[in-house]
Design a protein around this ligand. Structure first.
Ligand SMILES: NC(=O)c1ccc[n+]([C@@H]2O[C@H](COP(=O)([O-])OP(=O)(O)OC[C@H]3O[C@@H](n4cnc5c(N)ncnc54)[C@H](O)[C@@H]3O)[C@@H](O)[C@H]2O)c1
Length: 244
């Protein structure tokens, strides 16, 4: 699980451990990874969690993460590609967008996810039922009026997901794009801490609430499981009926 120390990453790690998985949690934020370990309950299905600090902008560090998964757990069955940034206040509509912000956002959200797929695939192919879940966004298929760099990276992840699914499906690898709507994490706190904006988002959501990280973790657990064994090459929106 990449971006494992963030709002959704923590929920996904906890859920996967509860399900009995051996989870290698990686994030750039070492202190937050320590907090994740401290907050972890004891499961009864034999799940376990280890952490490794790594920057997804570094190919070398990504290779080290995959190598640790193999050395500690004997392989890699599920890649949960979740690390991302949305450069608040600097991401912007195209005419006002600095190329530097475009490049940083692509280096982490798109290049980082691609490199994780590239280096995890040899292991996933060995299992013959490997799974890649690329965390995209509603903004990845619908666009975003404000954050053009962020939404373009998320669109790139959807296209990569479909390509991977078509190429590696015959060898048993399933690849899915999970697309959250508004989920209460620090990534969107700028919107959610503003009462008027929050009300607007809730009003545009059929279920009339903001999503919780557990809403994503529940779907992630299903997609990663054998119960979703005939699902691949699809976009899975988890947005509570966000219509605008
Ligand atoms: N929260 C939302 O409303 C929302 C909506 C749509 C999609 N998403 C997507 O969900 C995923 C999880 O985001 P979140 O909501 O938990 O946000 P978050 O900001 O809480 O978590 C993101 C995590 O990624 C890590 N990260 C950032 N740069 C990194 C790097 N270079 N190397 C390694 N780790 C790095 C951060 O340290 C953080 O722990 C992201 O892919 C995000 O784009 C979120």
């Amino acid at each position: 699980v990449t971006g494992a120390a963030g709002g959704q990453g923590v929920a996904v790690c906890k859920r996967f451990v509860e399900e009995g998985a051996s989870v290698l949690a990686t994030d750039i934020d070492e202190r937050a990874l320590e907090q994740l370990v401290e907050s972890l309950g004891v499961g009864d299905k034999g799940g376990q969690l280890e952490t490794i600090q790594a920057d997804v902008a570094s190919e070398e560090e990504i290779q080290a993460v995959v190598a640790q998964s193999v050395s500690r757990f004997g392989g890699l069955d599920i890649l949960y590609n979740n690390a991302a940034v949305r450069v608040a206040d600097r991401d912007a509509p195209t005419a006002a967008l600095d190329v530097e912000i475009w490049d940083i956002t692509f280096a982490i959200n798109a290049r980082g996810a691609f490199l994780f797929c590239k280096h995890a695939l040899p292991q996933l192919l060995l299992t013959r039922d490997g799974v890649i879940i690329n965390v995209s966004s509603v903004a990845g298929y619908r666009g975003d009026t404000e954050c053009h760099a962020y939404s373009a990276t998320k669109g790139a992840l959807i296209a990569l997901t479909m390509s991977l699914a078509q190429t590696y499906g015959p060898q048993g690898v399933r690849v899915l794009a999970l697309c959250p709507g508004f989920i209460a994490t620090s990534m969107v706190s700028g919107y959610l801490d503003d009462a008027a904006l929050r009300d607007e988002i809730v009003g545009a959501t059929a279920l009339r609430r903001i999503g919780e990280p557990a809403d994503i973790a529940n779907v992630a657990a299903f997609l990663a499981s054998c119960d979703a064994g005939f699902m691949t090459s699809v976009i899975v929106p988890v947005h509570g009926g966000l219509v605008k």
